[in-house]
Design a protein around this ligand. Sequence first.
Ligand code: NDP
Ligand code: BG6
Length: 484
Amino acid sequence: MVSRVIPVDNFDLVIFGGTGDLARRKILPGLFRRFLSGQMTEGSRIIGAARGEMDDEGFRTLVREAIAEFGGREKNETDCIERFVERLHYVPIDAMGEGGWTQLRDLMRLDVVRAFYFSVAPSLFGAIAERLHKYEIANADSRIVVEKPFGRDLATARALNATLAEHFNETQIYRIDHYLGKETVQNLMAVRFGNVLFEPLWNNHYVDHIQITVAETVGVGGRGSYYDKSGAMRDMVQNHLMQLLCLIAMEPPSKFEADEVRNEKLKVIRALQPVENHHIVRGQYDAHEGGQSYRQDAENPRSFTESFIAMKCHINNWRWAGVPFYIRTGKKMKARSSEIAVVFKDLGHSIFEGDEARHRNILAIRLQPNEGIDLQVTIKEPGPGGMRLIDVPLDMTFSEALGPDAEDVTDAYERLIMDVIRGNQTLFMRGDEVEAAWAWTDPIIQGWEKRNDVPKLYDAGSAGPDDALMLMHRDGRRWRDIKG
Ligand code: NDP
Ligand code: BG6
Protein backbone atom coordinates (compact mmCIF):
# COMPACT_ATOMS: atom_id res chain seq x y z
CA MET A 1 0.00 0.00 0.00
CA VAL A 2 1.42 3.40 -0.93
CA SER A 3 0.62 6.23 1.46
CA ARG A 4 -0.70 9.27 -0.36
CA VAL A 5 0.48 12.58 1.00
CA ILE A 6 -1.06 15.69 -0.47
CA PRO A 7 1.09 18.79 0.16
CA VAL A 8 -0.72 21.64 1.83
CA ASP A 9 -0.45 25.31 0.84
CA ASN A 10 2.51 27.35 2.03
CA PHE A 11 1.97 28.53 5.58
CA ASP A 12 3.36 30.58 8.43
CA LEU A 13 2.42 28.83 11.67
CA VAL A 14 3.01 30.81 14.85
CA ILE A 15 3.10 28.72 18.01
CA PHE A 16 2.45 30.84 21.08
CA GLY A 17 3.97 28.78 23.89
CA GLY A 18 6.39 27.31 21.32
CA THR A 19 8.87 26.44 24.08
CA GLY A 20 6.33 24.68 26.34
CA ASP A 21 5.71 21.02 27.05
CA LEU A 22 2.94 20.49 24.49
CA ALA A 23 4.93 22.17 21.73
CA ARG A 24 8.07 20.16 22.48
CA ARG A 25 6.36 16.80 23.02
CA LYS A 26 3.69 16.86 20.32
CA ILE A 27 3.45 19.84 18.01
CA LEU A 28 7.05 20.29 16.86
CA PRO A 29 7.99 16.59 16.47
CA GLY A 30 4.66 16.16 14.66
CA LEU A 31 5.47 18.97 12.25
CA PHE A 32 8.85 17.42 11.60
CA ARG A 33 7.12 14.17 10.60
CA ARG A 34 4.90 16.11 8.19
CA PHE A 35 8.03 17.76 6.79
CA LEU A 36 9.61 14.34 6.29
CA SER A 37 6.52 13.03 4.55
CA GLY A 38 6.75 15.89 2.05
CA GLN A 39 3.52 17.48 3.19
CA MET A 40 5.11 20.64 4.52
CA THR A 41 6.04 22.62 1.43
CA GLU A 42 9.36 24.43 0.84
CA GLY A 43 7.73 27.78 1.41
CA SER A 44 6.30 27.01 4.87
CA ARG A 45 7.67 28.29 8.17
CA ILE A 46 7.11 27.83 11.88
CA ILE A 47 7.54 30.72 14.26
CA GLY A 48 7.88 30.07 17.99
CA ALA A 49 6.72 32.77 20.40
CA ALA A 50 7.02 32.91 24.18
CA ARG A 51 8.42 35.22 26.84
CA GLY A 52 11.80 33.50 27.08
CA GLU A 53 14.58 35.48 25.41
CA MET A 54 16.26 33.57 22.61
CA ASP A 55 17.08 33.97 18.92
CA ASP A 56 16.23 31.74 15.97
CA GLU A 57 19.27 29.58 16.63
CA GLY A 58 18.27 29.08 20.29
CA PHE A 59 14.82 27.92 19.19
CA ARG A 60 16.30 25.60 16.58
CA THR A 61 18.44 23.98 19.26
CA LEU A 62 15.36 23.54 21.45
CA VAL A 63 13.53 21.86 18.57
CA ARG A 64 16.45 19.55 17.73
CA GLU A 65 16.42 18.47 21.37
CA ALA A 66 12.66 18.03 21.37
CA ILE A 67 12.83 15.76 18.33
CA ALA A 68 15.66 13.78 19.93
CA GLU A 69 13.66 13.35 23.14
CA PHE A 70 10.14 12.87 21.87
CA GLY A 71 10.48 11.84 18.22
CA GLY A 72 10.03 8.27 16.99
CA ARG A 73 12.36 6.52 14.58
CA GLU A 74 12.57 9.77 12.55
CA LYS A 75 14.87 11.25 15.17
CA ASN A 76 17.80 9.61 13.38
CA GLU A 77 17.21 11.59 10.17
CA THR A 78 19.86 14.16 11.07
CA ASP A 79 20.20 15.77 7.61
CA CYS A 80 16.46 16.24 7.39
CA ILE A 81 16.33 17.69 10.90
CA GLU A 82 18.82 20.33 9.78
CA ARG A 83 16.73 21.18 6.71
CA PHE A 84 13.62 21.31 8.89
CA VAL A 85 15.04 23.67 11.51
CA GLU A 86 16.03 26.15 8.77
CA ARG A 87 12.32 26.92 8.54
CA LEU A 88 12.08 27.82 12.22
CA HIS A 89 12.09 31.31 13.66
CA TYR A 90 11.50 32.74 17.09
CA VAL A 91 10.09 36.01 18.40
CA PRO A 92 10.12 36.82 22.12
CA ILE A 93 6.61 37.97 23.03
CA ASP A 94 4.71 38.41 26.27
CA ALA A 95 1.05 37.77 25.48
CA MET A 96 0.09 40.37 28.06
CA GLY A 97 2.61 42.99 26.94
CA GLU A 98 3.23 45.08 23.83
CA GLY A 99 6.79 44.04 22.96
CA GLY A 100 7.54 41.77 20.02
CA TRP A 101 4.25 42.14 18.15
CA THR A 102 5.48 44.49 15.43
CA GLN A 103 8.49 42.22 14.93
CA LEU A 104 6.09 39.32 14.44
CA ARG A 105 3.98 41.32 12.00
CA ASP A 106 7.04 42.23 9.92
CA LEU A 107 8.15 38.62 9.85
CA MET A 108 4.88 37.24 8.54
CA ARG A 109 4.13 36.99 4.84
CA LEU A 110 0.95 38.08 3.12
CA ASP A 111 0.68 35.41 0.45
CA VAL A 112 0.59 32.28 2.64
CA VAL A 113 -1.88 30.70 5.08
CA ARG A 114 -1.47 32.30 8.50
CA ALA A 115 -2.22 30.08 11.47
CA PHE A 116 -1.76 30.79 15.18
CA TYR A 117 -1.54 27.94 17.66
CA PHE A 118 -2.44 29.06 21.21
CA SER A 119 -0.37 26.50 23.12
CA VAL A 120 -0.58 28.57 26.30
CA ALA A 121 -2.87 28.79 29.32
CA PRO A 122 -6.47 29.67 28.34
CA SER A 123 -6.22 32.84 30.46
CA LEU A 124 -3.94 34.22 27.71
CA PHE A 125 -6.26 33.48 24.77
CA GLY A 126 -8.07 36.81 24.95
CA ALA A 127 -4.88 38.87 25.18
CA ILE A 128 -3.33 37.11 22.19
CA ALA A 129 -6.49 37.31 20.06
CA GLU A 130 -6.78 41.02 20.79
CA ARG A 131 -3.17 41.78 19.91
CA LEU A 132 -3.24 39.75 16.71
CA HIS A 133 -5.87 42.21 15.54
CA LYS A 134 -4.49 45.34 17.09
CA TYR A 135 -1.15 44.80 15.36
CA GLU A 136 -2.85 43.66 12.13
CA ILE A 137 -1.12 40.30 12.22
CA ALA A 138 -4.26 38.24 11.66
CA ASN A 139 -6.49 38.75 8.65
CA ALA A 140 -9.94 37.43 7.70
CA ASP A 141 -8.42 34.22 6.38
CA SER A 142 -6.21 33.50 9.40
CA ARG A 143 -6.86 30.52 11.64
CA ILE A 144 -6.40 30.11 15.35
CA VAL A 145 -5.94 26.81 17.14
CA VAL A 146 -6.91 26.51 20.78
CA GLU A 147 -6.21 23.71 23.20
CA LYS A 148 -8.23 22.12 25.92
CA PRO A 149 -9.21 22.79 28.65
CA PHE A 150 -11.83 24.88 26.90
CA GLY A 151 -13.33 26.36 30.04
CA ARG A 152 -14.01 24.53 33.29
CA ASP A 153 -17.79 24.83 33.15
CA LEU A 154 -20.49 26.29 30.92
CA ALA A 155 -20.03 29.86 32.14
CA THR A 156 -16.27 29.94 31.54
CA ALA A 157 -16.58 28.19 28.17
CA ARG A 158 -19.17 30.75 27.08
CA ALA A 159 -16.92 33.57 28.21
CA LEU A 160 -13.99 32.07 26.29
CA ASN A 161 -16.11 31.64 23.16
CA ALA A 162 -17.28 35.24 23.47
CA THR A 163 -13.71 36.51 23.85
CA LEU A 164 -12.53 34.68 20.75
CA ALA A 165 -15.65 35.74 18.83
CA GLU A 166 -14.73 39.39 19.37
CA HIS A 167 -11.83 38.93 16.97
CA PHE A 168 -12.43 35.75 14.96
CA ASN A 169 -15.33 34.09 13.17
CA GLU A 170 -16.28 30.55 14.09
CA THR A 171 -14.87 29.40 10.73
CA GLN A 172 -11.46 30.63 11.86
CA ILE A 173 -11.44 28.88 15.25
CA TYR A 174 -10.04 25.35 15.53
CA ARG A 175 -10.71 23.83 18.98
CA ILE A 176 -8.51 20.77 19.35
CA ASP A 177 -9.67 17.52 20.89
CA HIS A 178 -6.77 15.30 19.96
CA TYR A 179 -8.95 12.18 20.20
CA LEU A 180 -10.67 13.29 17.00
CA GLY A 181 -7.30 13.16 15.23
CA LYS A 182 -6.59 9.56 16.20
CA GLU A 183 -6.55 7.16 13.27
CA THR A 184 -8.92 4.62 14.81
CA VAL A 185 -11.34 7.25 15.99
CA GLN A 186 -11.73 8.28 12.38
CA ASN A 187 -12.05 4.65 11.50
CA LEU A 188 -15.15 4.60 13.64
CA MET A 189 -16.81 6.80 11.06
CA ALA A 190 -15.41 4.73 8.19
CA VAL A 191 -16.76 1.52 9.76
CA ARG A 192 -20.18 3.00 10.42
CA PHE A 193 -20.71 4.97 7.26
CA GLY A 194 -18.54 3.08 4.75
CA ASN A 195 -20.13 -0.35 5.19
CA VAL A 196 -23.63 -1.49 4.40
CA LEU A 197 -23.33 -4.16 7.07
CA PHE A 198 -23.66 -2.22 10.28
CA GLU A 199 -26.12 0.60 9.72
CA PRO A 200 -29.28 -1.57 9.71
CA LEU A 201 -28.23 -3.02 13.09
CA TRP A 202 -27.10 0.26 14.63
CA ASN A 203 -30.13 0.97 16.83
CA ASN A 204 -32.13 -0.14 19.83
CA HIS A 205 -33.68 -3.10 17.98
CA TYR A 206 -30.34 -4.88 17.76
CA VAL A 207 -27.91 -3.22 20.16
CA ASP A 208 -28.11 -4.27 23.80
CA HIS A 209 -25.64 -1.74 25.11
CA ILE A 210 -22.43 0.10 24.29
CA GLN A 211 -19.27 0.28 26.40
CA ILE A 212 -16.64 2.97 26.04
CA THR A 213 -13.45 2.50 28.04
CA VAL A 214 -10.40 4.76 28.11
CA ALA A 215 -8.02 3.25 30.64
CA GLU A 216 -4.55 4.64 31.31
CA THR A 217 -1.71 3.20 33.36
CA VAL A 218 -0.15 6.60 34.07
CA GLY A 219 -1.01 8.53 37.20
CA VAL A 220 -1.16 12.26 37.62
CA GLY A 221 2.40 12.72 38.87
CA GLY A 222 3.93 15.87 37.39
CA ARG A 223 0.55 17.37 36.46
CA GLY A 224 -1.06 17.12 39.88
CA SER A 225 -1.74 20.81 40.36
CA TYR A 226 -3.69 21.03 37.09
CA TYR A 227 -5.41 17.67 37.45
CA ASP A 228 -6.51 18.13 41.04
CA LYS A 229 -8.67 21.09 39.98
CA SER A 230 -10.02 19.15 37.07
CA GLY A 231 -10.56 15.45 37.73
CA ALA A 232 -11.52 12.76 35.23
CA MET A 233 -14.87 14.34 34.47
CA ARG A 234 -13.42 17.62 33.20
CA ASP A 235 -10.15 16.19 31.91
CA MET A 236 -11.51 13.23 29.92
CA VAL A 237 -15.30 12.80 29.97
CA GLN A 238 -16.46 16.29 28.96
CA ASN A 239 -14.24 16.16 25.88
CA HIS A 240 -12.61 12.91 24.75
CA LEU A 241 -15.25 10.42 25.89
CA MET A 242 -18.05 12.73 24.84
CA GLN A 243 -16.58 12.90 21.33
CA LEU A 244 -16.32 9.11 21.13
CA LEU A 245 -19.91 8.78 22.27
CA CYS A 246 -21.01 11.28 19.63
CA LEU A 247 -19.26 9.45 16.82
CA ILE A 248 -20.73 6.12 17.81
CA ALA A 249 -24.24 7.45 18.35
CA MET A 250 -24.75 10.21 15.79
CA GLU A 251 -27.02 9.99 12.79
CA PRO A 252 -25.27 9.70 9.43
CA PRO A 253 -24.35 13.19 8.26
CA SER A 254 -25.37 13.89 4.67
CA LYS A 255 -21.73 14.59 3.79
CA PHE A 256 -18.39 14.20 5.53
CA GLU A 257 -18.12 17.94 5.95
CA ALA A 258 -17.44 20.05 9.00
CA ASP A 259 -20.85 21.47 9.77
CA GLU A 260 -22.76 18.37 8.66
CA VAL A 261 -20.74 16.21 11.07
CA ARG A 262 -20.79 18.75 13.88
CA ASN A 263 -24.54 19.31 13.62
CA GLU A 264 -25.09 15.59 14.13
CA LYS A 265 -22.71 15.41 17.08
CA LEU A 266 -24.41 18.37 18.70
CA LYS A 267 -27.79 16.63 18.46
CA VAL A 268 -26.39 13.65 20.38
CA ILE A 269 -25.02 15.82 23.18
CA ARG A 270 -28.29 17.70 23.46
CA ALA A 271 -30.19 14.42 23.61
CA LEU A 272 -28.14 13.10 26.53
CA GLN A 273 -30.34 12.48 29.53
CA PRO A 274 -29.18 13.96 32.85
CA VAL A 275 -27.40 11.18 34.72
CA GLU A 276 -28.77 10.05 38.05
CA ASN A 277 -26.28 9.92 40.87
CA HIS A 278 -26.66 6.17 41.45
CA HIS A 279 -25.55 5.66 37.85
CA ILE A 280 -22.18 7.28 38.51
CA VAL A 281 -19.12 5.86 40.27
CA ARG A 282 -16.23 8.14 41.12
CA GLY A 283 -12.92 6.63 42.14
CA GLN A 284 -9.49 7.70 43.31
CA TYR A 285 -6.43 5.47 43.10
CA ASP A 286 -4.80 4.34 46.27
CA ALA A 287 -1.19 3.36 46.88
CA HIS A 288 -0.52 -0.20 45.81
CA GLU A 289 2.61 -2.33 45.58
CA GLY A 290 5.01 0.51 46.26
CA GLY A 291 3.27 3.01 43.94
CA GLN A 292 2.03 6.35 45.18
CA SER A 293 -1.59 7.15 45.89
CA TYR A 294 -3.45 9.84 43.97
CA ARG A 295 -3.24 12.15 46.98
CA GLN A 296 0.54 11.73 47.10
CA ASP A 297 0.86 12.30 43.35
CA ALA A 298 -1.39 15.35 43.49
CA GLU A 299 0.35 16.58 46.65
CA ASN A 300 -3.02 17.19 48.24
CA PRO A 301 -3.58 14.90 51.25
CA ARG A 302 -7.26 15.87 51.49
CA SER A 303 -8.16 15.74 47.81
CA PHE A 304 -11.61 14.46 46.80
CA THR A 305 -10.84 14.72 43.08
CA GLU A 306 -11.71 11.66 41.00
CA SER A 307 -9.06 9.88 38.94
CA PHE A 308 -11.67 7.38 37.74
CA ILE A 309 -15.24 7.65 36.64
CA ALA A 310 -17.78 5.15 35.37
CA MET A 311 -21.31 6.05 34.41
CA LYS A 312 -24.41 4.82 32.67
CA CYS A 313 -25.82 7.29 30.17
CA HIS A 314 -28.90 7.34 27.99
CA ILE A 315 -29.55 9.18 24.77
CA ASN A 316 -33.13 10.31 24.44
CA ASN A 317 -33.80 9.80 20.77
CA TRP A 318 -35.56 7.39 18.46
CA ARG A 319 -32.47 5.36 17.60
CA TRP A 320 -31.10 4.84 21.10
CA ALA A 321 -34.11 4.88 23.44
CA GLY A 322 -33.52 2.22 26.11
CA VAL A 323 -29.90 1.44 25.13
CA PRO A 324 -27.45 2.17 27.95
CA PHE A 325 -24.05 3.65 27.12
CA TYR A 326 -21.61 2.64 29.85
CA ILE A 327 -18.52 4.83 29.86
CA ARG A 328 -15.46 4.67 32.08
CA THR A 329 -12.05 6.20 32.24
CA GLY A 330 -9.31 6.14 34.84
CA LYS A 331 -5.67 6.67 35.66
CA LYS A 332 -3.38 3.95 37.04
CA MET A 333 -5.55 1.18 35.75
CA LYS A 334 -4.35 -2.37 35.11
CA ALA A 335 -3.54 -1.73 31.43
CA ARG A 336 -3.53 1.03 28.85
CA SER A 337 -6.50 0.22 26.75
CA SER A 338 -9.12 2.27 24.97
CA GLU A 339 -11.94 0.59 23.19
CA ILE A 340 -15.54 0.95 22.17
CA ALA A 341 -17.65 -2.19 22.23
CA VAL A 342 -21.04 -2.44 20.61
CA VAL A 343 -22.73 -5.41 22.26
CA PHE A 344 -25.58 -6.77 20.20
CA LYS A 345 -28.70 -8.40 21.63
CA ASP A 346 -29.12 -12.13 22.16
CA LEU A 347 -30.72 -14.25 19.50
CA GLY A 348 -34.45 -14.37 20.11
CA HIS A 349 -34.40 -18.15 19.79
CA SER A 350 -31.66 -20.72 19.27
CA ILE A 351 -32.39 -23.57 16.86
CA PHE A 352 -29.48 -25.58 18.23
CA GLU A 353 -30.55 -28.15 20.74
CA GLY A 354 -28.61 -28.11 24.02
CA ASP A 355 -27.15 -24.69 23.33
CA GLU A 356 -27.53 -23.07 26.71
CA ALA A 357 -24.73 -20.56 26.35
CA ARG A 358 -25.55 -16.98 25.57
CA HIS A 359 -23.95 -16.08 22.26
CA ARG A 360 -23.58 -12.48 21.44
CA ASN A 361 -22.10 -10.57 18.59
CA ILE A 362 -19.78 -7.84 19.78
CA LEU A 363 -18.12 -5.29 17.57
CA ALA A 364 -15.06 -3.98 19.40
CA ILE A 365 -13.13 -1.03 18.05
CA ARG A 366 -9.71 -0.89 19.72
CA LEU A 367 -8.51 2.69 19.76
CA GLN A 368 -5.15 2.08 21.41
CA PRO A 369 -2.87 0.26 21.71
CA ASN A 370 -2.97 -2.59 19.18
CA GLU A 371 -5.39 -0.59 17.02
CA GLY A 372 -7.93 -2.64 15.18
CA ILE A 373 -11.43 -3.93 14.99
CA ASP A 374 -12.81 -7.26 15.98
CA LEU A 375 -16.20 -8.74 15.54
CA GLN A 376 -17.16 -11.57 17.84
CA VAL A 377 -19.16 -14.17 15.92
CA THR A 378 -20.58 -17.54 16.84
CA ILE A 379 -19.38 -20.60 14.94
CA LYS A 380 -19.43 -24.34 15.31
CA GLU A 381 -16.66 -25.69 17.46
CA PRO A 382 -14.40 -27.62 15.04
CA GLY A 383 -14.29 -31.40 15.20
CA PRO A 384 -16.72 -34.12 16.17
CA GLY A 385 -19.19 -33.88 19.04
CA GLY A 386 -22.22 -32.45 17.31
CA MET A 387 -23.25 -28.87 16.85
CA ARG A 388 -21.45 -27.18 19.73
CA LEU A 389 -21.20 -23.42 19.38
CA ILE A 390 -18.33 -21.16 20.35
CA ASP A 391 -17.66 -17.44 20.04
CA VAL A 392 -14.56 -16.39 18.11
CA PRO A 393 -13.24 -13.01 17.04
CA LEU A 394 -12.98 -11.99 13.41
CA ASP A 395 -9.94 -9.89 14.11
CA MET A 396 -8.54 -7.10 12.02
CA THR A 397 -5.47 -5.82 13.78
CA PHE A 398 -4.25 -2.88 11.73
CA SER A 399 -0.57 -3.72 12.12
CA GLU A 400 -1.26 -7.15 10.58
CA ALA A 401 -3.77 -6.06 7.95
CA LEU A 402 -1.84 -3.01 6.77
CA GLY A 403 1.71 -4.24 7.26
CA PRO A 404 4.53 -1.71 7.76
CA ASP A 405 2.26 1.17 6.70
CA ALA A 406 0.37 0.77 9.96
CA GLU A 407 3.50 1.87 11.83
CA ASP A 408 3.47 5.14 9.94
CA VAL A 409 0.00 6.02 11.10
CA THR A 410 -0.06 9.76 11.44
CA ASP A 411 -0.13 11.07 15.00
CA ALA A 412 -3.29 12.92 16.01
CA TYR A 413 -1.61 16.31 16.41
CA GLU A 414 0.16 16.34 13.06
CA ARG A 415 -3.01 15.33 11.23
CA LEU A 416 -5.02 18.04 12.97
CA ILE A 417 -2.44 20.76 12.29
CA MET A 418 -2.44 19.90 8.60
CA ASP A 419 -6.25 20.10 8.65
CA VAL A 420 -5.93 23.62 10.05
CA ILE A 421 -3.70 24.61 7.14
CA ARG A 422 -6.16 23.01 4.70
CA GLY A 423 -9.00 24.89 6.35
CA ASN A 424 -10.91 21.70 7.21
CA GLN A 425 -12.80 21.96 10.51
CA THR A 426 -14.45 18.53 10.44
CA LEU A 427 -12.28 17.13 13.24
CA PHE A 428 -12.51 20.19 15.48
CA MET A 429 -15.15 21.08 18.05
CA ARG A 430 -17.53 23.88 17.33
CA GLY A 431 -18.30 26.39 20.08
CA ASP A 432 -21.88 25.22 20.56
CA GLU A 433 -20.73 21.60 20.91
CA VAL A 434 -18.34 22.50 23.70
CA GLU A 435 -21.02 24.51 25.48
CA ALA A 436 -23.58 21.71 25.15
CA ALA A 437 -21.06 19.26 26.62
CA TRP A 438 -20.54 21.52 29.64
CA ALA A 439 -24.29 22.02 30.03
CA TRP A 440 -24.59 18.24 30.47
CA THR A 441 -21.54 17.88 32.76
CA ASP A 442 -22.08 20.91 34.99
CA PRO A 443 -25.05 19.60 37.04
CA ILE A 444 -23.19 16.34 37.70
CA ILE A 445 -20.13 18.15 39.05
CA GLN A 446 -22.25 20.62 40.99
CA GLY A 447 -24.08 17.68 42.60
CA TRP A 448 -20.77 16.24 43.85
CA GLU A 449 -19.66 19.59 45.17
CA LYS A 450 -22.94 20.13 47.01
CA ARG A 451 -22.81 16.70 48.62
CA ASN A 452 -19.04 16.77 49.29
CA ASP A 453 -18.93 13.51 47.40
CA VAL A 454 -16.02 11.29 48.40
CA PRO A 455 -14.58 9.11 45.60
CA LYS A 456 -14.24 5.36 46.23
CA LEU A 457 -10.64 4.20 46.58
CA TYR A 458 -9.30 1.64 44.13
CA ASP A 459 -5.94 -0.08 44.01
CA ALA A 460 -3.54 1.34 41.47
CA GLY A 461 -3.18 -1.34 38.80
CA SER A 462 -6.76 -2.57 39.13
CA ALA A 463 -9.90 -2.15 37.00
CA GLY A 464 -11.25 0.61 39.23
CA PRO A 465 -13.52 0.49 42.29
CA ASP A 466 -15.80 -2.53 42.81
CA ASP A 467 -18.80 -0.22 42.61
CA ALA A 468 -18.01 0.26 38.93
CA LEU A 469 -18.37 -3.49 38.40
CA MET A 470 -21.66 -3.37 40.32
CA LEU A 471 -22.95 -0.63 38.04
CA MET A 472 -23.00 -3.23 35.27
CA HIS A 473 -23.80 -6.30 37.36
CA ARG A 474 -27.00 -4.71 38.62
CA ASP A 475 -28.14 -4.64 34.99
CA GLY A 476 -27.07 -8.23 34.35
CA ARG A 477 -24.11 -7.10 32.25
CA ARG A 478 -20.39 -6.91 32.72
CA TRP A 479 -17.51 -4.76 31.60
CA ARG A 480 -15.12 -6.17 29.07
CA ASP A 481 -11.72 -6.99 30.43
CA ILE A 482 -9.16 -4.19 30.28
CA LYS A 483 -6.32 -5.74 28.28
CA GLY A 484 -3.28 -3.89 26.99
P1 NDP B 1 3.83 24.81 29.61
O1 NDP B 1 3.68 25.49 30.92
O2 NDP B 1 4.80 23.70 29.48
O3 NDP B 1 4.22 25.90 28.50
C1 NDP B 1 3.62 27.14 28.44
C2 NDP B 1 4.22 27.94 27.28
O4 NDP B 1 3.60 29.21 27.23
C3 NDP B 1 5.71 28.18 27.41
O5 NDP B 1 6.28 28.22 26.12
C4 NDP B 1 5.76 29.56 28.06
O6 NDP B 1 7.01 30.14 27.79
C5 NDP B 1 4.61 30.23 27.32
N1 NDP B 1 4.04 31.37 28.05
C6 NDP B 1 3.64 31.41 29.34
N2 NDP B 1 3.19 32.63 29.64
C7 NDP B 1 3.28 33.38 28.52
C8 NDP B 1 2.98 34.72 28.19
N3 NDP B 1 2.49 35.58 29.10
N4 NDP B 1 3.21 35.14 26.94
C9 NDP B 1 3.72 34.31 26.00
N5 NDP B 1 4.04 33.03 26.25
C10 NDP B 1 3.82 32.57 27.49
O7 NDP B 1 2.35 24.36 29.17
P2 NDP B 1 1.93 23.20 28.16
O8 NDP B 1 2.76 23.30 26.93
O9 NDP B 1 1.89 21.92 28.88
O10 NDP B 1 0.42 23.58 27.85
C11 NDP B 1 0.03 24.62 26.98
C12 NDP B 1 -1.48 24.59 26.84
O11 NDP B 1 -1.87 23.35 26.24
C13 NDP B 1 -2.22 24.66 28.17
O12 NDP B 1 -3.43 25.33 27.99
C14 NDP B 1 -2.50 23.18 28.49
O13 NDP B 1 -3.61 23.02 29.33
C15 NDP B 1 -2.77 22.65 27.10
N6 NDP B 1 -2.54 21.21 26.96
C16 NDP B 1 -1.32 20.67 27.23
C17 NDP B 1 -1.11 19.32 27.06
C18 NDP B 1 0.22 18.72 27.30
O14 NDP B 1 0.34 17.52 27.04
N7 NDP B 1 1.21 19.43 27.77
C19 NDP B 1 -2.19 18.42 26.59
C20 NDP B 1 -3.43 19.10 26.29
C21 NDP B 1 -3.57 20.44 26.48
P3 NDP B 1 7.56 31.39 28.68
O15 NDP B 1 7.37 31.02 30.10
O16 NDP B 1 8.97 31.55 28.24
O17 NDP B 1 6.72 32.57 28.28
C1 BG6 C 1 -5.28 14.53 27.77
C2 BG6 C 1 -5.56 14.50 29.24
O1 BG6 C 1 -6.18 15.39 27.13
O2 BG6 C 1 -5.42 13.22 27.24
C3 BG6 C 1 -4.61 13.54 29.93
O3 BG6 C 1 -5.38 15.80 29.77
C4 BG6 C 1 -4.67 12.16 29.30
O4 BG6 C 1 -4.93 13.44 31.32
C5 BG6 C 1 -4.50 12.28 27.79
O5 BG6 C 1 -3.63 11.39 29.85
C6 BG6 C 1 -4.75 10.94 27.13
O6 BG6 C 1 -4.39 11.02 25.77
P1 BG6 C 1 -3.88 9.74 24.98
O7 BG6 C 1 -3.71 10.23 23.58
O8 BG6 C 1 -2.60 9.33 25.65
O9 BG6 C 1 -4.95 8.71 25.14
